[in-house]
Design a binder for this molecule. Structure first.
Ligand code: ATP
Length: 237
C-alpha cells in the first residue's frame, strides 16, 4: 500500500460511560475504496464520527494527509478534505436543494463553488431540475443524492459514506454503487460502510471487519471472501 491518506492508530471512542471503540487501526491509501463492515452496533458509525471530529477521540491518533487531526475541530477536518456523508442523509430539510449544496462548500473549495456545482449537476441531473425545491420534500433517494452531492461540493480527498444505500430501491442501490465506482475511477478515496456486503466487496480493494469495537479482520476483499467464517457471517453463503 502506498503512504496512507488516512492513518488511524489505537483509536478509542465512546459515549459517557460506554466505551465503543477499543483501540483500532485503520488505513486508507489515496484513491482506495475501503469497506468497513460489521454487525449492528459494532461501532462503524462511531468510527466515522470520531474520524471526522463529530465525536472526540478518547485515545489513539488520527492522521490525515500528513497532519495530526486527532484533536482538530470538525471544520478544520473538512477543510483538509476529509468529508463525511453521515448515515440518514442529514440534509437541511427546510433549506432548498441549492442552499444545501452551497453549504457543502462552506469550509472548503468555496472559490470553486460554481464549477463544483456544475459537476454535481452532471452527476445528479435530478438535483439540477430541483434546485429551488425544499430539500425535506425530496424523496429518500433524492435526499441521498443531495447528501452525496453536498459532500462532493467540498472537493473531498477522502469521502466517508455511511450506509448510503439505506432505504433505497434496488434500482437506486445499483445506481449508487455505479456512482461510487465512477468516483473511485476519478481518483477519489472512499471509506464505505454498507449493509450490501457482496456489492461492496466487488468495488472495495480492502476491507475491515469491526466487531464489538475491535478490528476482527483486515485484508483484501478477496481474502475476506476466501475466509469461510467471514463469508458465512457477512454474506450468509
Ligand atoms: P449500525 O450498523 O446498527 O448502524 P454501528 O456499527 O454503526 O451499527 P454504532 O452506531 O457506532 O454502531 O454504535 C456502537 C455502539 O454505541 C452501540 O452499542 C450503540 O448503542 C452505542 N451508541 C451509539 N450512539 C450512542 C450515543 N449517542 N449514546 C450512547 N451509546 C451510543
Amino acid at each position: 500500500m502506498s503512504e496512507a491518506l488516512l492513518s488511524v492508530r489505537g483509536l478509542r471512542s465512546g459515549y459517557g460511560a460506554v466505551e465503543v471503540l477499543r483501540g483500532i487501526d485503520v488505513d486508507v491509501a489515496p484513491g482506495e475504496i475501503v469497506a468497513l463492515l460489521g454487525s449492528n452496533g459494532a461501532g462503524k458509525t462511531t468510527f466515522n464520527q470520531t474520524v471526522s471530529a463529530l465525536l472526540a477521540a478518547r485515545g489513539g491518533s488520527i492522521r490525515f494527509a500528513g497532519h495530526d487531526i486527532t484533536r482538530a475541530h470538525y471544520r478544520d477536518v473538512v477543510a483538509q478534505g476529509l468529508i463525511h456523508v453521515p448515515e440518514g442523509r442529514r440534509i437541511f430539510p427546510n433549506l432548498s436543494v441549492l442552499e444545501n449544496l452551497e453549504l457543502g462548500s462552506f469550509a472548503r473549495a468555496r472559490a470553486h463553488r460554481a464549477s463544483n456545482l456544475q459537476r454535481v449537476f452532471e452527476i445528479f441531473p435530478r438535483l439540477k431540475e430541483r434546485t429551488a425545491q425544499v430539500a425535506g420534500t425530496m424523496s429518500g433517494g433524492e435526499q441521498q443524492m443531495l447528501a452525496i452531492g453536498r459532500g462532493l461540493m467540498g472537493e473531498p480527498r477522502l469521502l466517508i459514506l455511511d450506509e448510503p444505500s439505506l432505504g433505497l430501491s434496488p434500482l437506486l442501490v445499483e445506481e449508487l454503487f455505479g456512482l461510487v465506482a465512477r468516483l473511485h475511477a476519478q481518483g477519489l478515496a472512499i471509506l464505505l460502510v454498507e449493509q450490501n456486503v457482496a456489492q461492496t466487496l466487488e468495488i472495495a480493494q480492502r476491507a475491515y471487519v469491526l466487531e464489538n469495537g475491535a478490528i476482527q479482520f483486515s485484508g483484501s476483499s478477496a481474502e475476506l471472501l476466501a475466509t469461510d467464517r467471514l463469508r458465512q457471517a457477512y454474506l450468509g453463503a
